[in-house]
Design a protein around this ligand. Structure first.
Ligand code: ADP
Length: 218
């Protein structure tokens, strides 16, 4: 597979953020995390943050009517070599994304599905901390300060047990159908994503051939 843009699909705590950011750094892709954008909007109490807050508080997906215009606005000037983490999460979002790439004259993105069993997801959610400054993720006990920027590592608010279960149900109902969506379009790479972050990174790299044109960060 030699994709120009990639989307990471996977349940909460499947490693989309860790692997997406790492691959983006390596390949010079622009990296976009919709979960990260939403959390920033909540912190800033922007109008988008306030619209999204009740859904995030319940561990539900933010409706397509909010997410699609938000991402389409960002893509207006940026449809090129990207890694999208957490978008699309529904079939409507995937269709809108394909149209945006076509309209921008770009090849539509391929998807990497990180497949992780439920027990392991639960274990990871309970054990993960996120840097409150740069949002790097690490396991509890590894370090109290971020290895990237030195910021404080804290549990993520939406990683409590109830919200995790709810996010997982949303994933099964709304996002899992995207595996078929990309498979039918022959744009899917499915990976068993068990093992260390390094192992999974190398497994991803072994399946991709990155083209040299990814130097253009935007
Ligand atoms: P995780 O993958 O661990 O659930 P994310 O940071 O990707 O975490 O997303 C956190 C939450 O933000 C999701 O559970 C969901 O409620 C919301 N969210 C992020 N992206 C989308 C999206 N594309 N559509 C709907 N909701 C989204």
């Amino acid at each position: 597979m030699t994709p120009t843009s990639l989307v990471f699909l996977g349940a909460p705590a499947s490693g989309k953020g860790t692997q997406g950011r790492r691959l983006a750094e390596l390949g010079g892709f622009f990296y976009l995390s919709t979960g990260g954008l939403l959390r920033a909007a909540l912190r800033d109490s922007s109008s988008m943050g306030e619209q999204a807050r009740p859904f995030l508080d319940r561990g539900e997906y933010v409706p397509d009517s909010i997410m699609v215009p938000m991402v389409m606005e960002l893509l207006k000037s940026k449809v090129q070599n990207m890694i999208l983490d957490g978008f699309p999460r529904t079939v409507a979002q995937a269709e809108a994304l394909d149209i945006a790439f076509q309209d921008g004259g770009k090849e539509p993105p391929s998807a990497i599905f990180l497949d992780v069993p439920m027990d392991e997801l639960r274990r990871r959610v309970q054990g993960r901390l996120e840097c409150s400054a740069c949002h790097w993720v690490a396991s509890r006990g590894q370090t109290e300060l971020c290895s990237k920027c030195g910021g404080p590592m804290l549990p993520r608010e939406d990683d409590d047990v109830n919200r995790f279960e709810s996010r997982f149900r949303e994933f099964e109902r709304l996002t899992f159908p995207l595996v078929t969506f990309y498979e039918e379009r022959e744009r899917l790479l499915k990976l068993e994503a068990l093992g260390s972050p390094d192992d999974i990174h190398h497994r991803i790299l072994s399946k991709l051939s990155l083209s040299k044109s990814h130097g253009s960060k935007i």
